[in-house]
Design a binder for this molecule. Structure first.
Ligand SMILES: [Zn+2]
Length: 132
């Protein structure tokens, strides 16, 4: 399965790539920083350096296998692509990332773009939040 995914996007199957892909697929959190991936690999007893993790994630991003979200404060996380559209909120204290979809917001954005004479092509909405 993972072998196939790598080949489909034109990446050679290597052990680090397979291991990192497996981490992204199986972690509890869907949004992981390079450091998170590195820590999970360490916990799994895998010997993959942080520089390799960065390199592989960047290759995955170029290949369209993952999306990179650059949140404020240089907080960058990766998530597997292929998911349906959703927006994110990020806790400014813990860095926790929550996904949400609001039909009302989606429709409103289309409406606003149209009011300005545009057709909405894409959007990127991030709410910065704090636990109450
Ligand atoms: Zn997401």
């Amino acid at each position: 399965m993972s072998n196939q995914q790598l080949k489909e996007v034109g990446l050679k199957v290597t052990l680090p790539r397979l291991k990192i892909l497996s981490i992204l697929e199986n972690a509890d959190q869907k949004h992981l920083s390079a450091e998170d991936v590195y820590k999970l690999l360490l916990e799994a007893g895998e010997d993959v350096g942080l520089a390799t993790v960065y390199r592989v994630l960047t290759q995955f991003e170029s290949a369209g296998l993952v999306h990179r979200h650059n949140f404020e404060d240089g907080h960058a996380v990766f998530e597997l692509s292929g998911d349906t559209h959703h927006d994110h909120m990020v806790c400014v204290d813990s860095g926790e990332v929550v996904e949400f979809v609001s039909k009302a917001i989606e429709e409103l954005q289309i409406e606003i773009a149209e009011k300005h004479g545009f057709e909405l092509i894409d959007h990127n909405l991030v709410l910065y939040v704090k636990k109450k």
